[in-house]
Ligand binder design. Structure first.
Ligand code: SF4
Length: 182
């Protein structure tokens, strides 16, 4: 992959942009997901990436947004629970604290997701995080709360199996990462 700033013609296939313009994934790696327009945008699955072009309407048709155009390409080695926990940590840190749903919601979501990453969770925690996201969406002065609410809904909505693997404590990616950090 060649991370960088690219100017391309609007409407080219997203897969072509990733594979050709940006050099593709590391050899042998399989694409899992793409966040198309900055970290707050709803995530696209690999299948959706195959079907979508880089323009506003096409990405909106998959329930996401082109946003800032800041694209995050995620391969099979990344756990989506860990990825969402990273986002929750960032947005809870960035909350200015003025609105209760954002101040409490981003911090609460981060707290629960942090437990989930460490396999300290139940199936109810998946529903809890979804509920926290719903209660933040559209209820605050600025869009920071929505910036976490949208990833919460799409990561869990599209990759629920990975969240369930944390309930079963059998996510190999996170087991390996935790072993390596000890
Ligand atoms: S939504 Fe915006 S204004 Fe409200 S607490 Fe969060 S960062 Fe502050």
């Amino acid at each position: 992959m060649r991370p960088g700033v690219y100017e391309v013609e609007m409407g080219i296939p997203m897969r072509k942009f990733i594979n050709e313009t940006c050099g593709g994934l590391k050899a042998g790696k399989i694409l899992k997901a793409v966040v198309p327009g900055g970290s707050s945008m709803p995530v696209l699955t690999a299948q959706e990436v195959e079907e979508v072009n880089l323009d506003y309407e096409a990405i909106a048709s998959k329930g996401s947004l082109l946003g800032s155009g800041g694209m995050i390409v995620i391969d099979e080695d990344t756990c989506m629970v860990w990825a969402l926990e990273n986002l929750a940590r960032f947005y809870s840190h960035e909350s200015c604290g003025q609105c209760s749903p954002c101040r409490e919601g981003t911090g609460w979501a981060y707290k629960v997701l942090k437990r989930m990453v460490h396999f300290d969770c139940t199936a109810e925690d998946i529903e809890l995080v979804l509920d926290i996201g719903k209660k933040m969406a559209g209820k605050t002065i600025c869009v920071l709360a929505d910036s976490l609410a949208m990833p919460i809904a799409s990561y869990i909505g599209k990759f629920r199996a990975e969240f369930e693997s944390h309930v079963r404590k059998d996510c190999v990616r996170c087991q390996k990462r935790m072993e390596a950090s000890h």
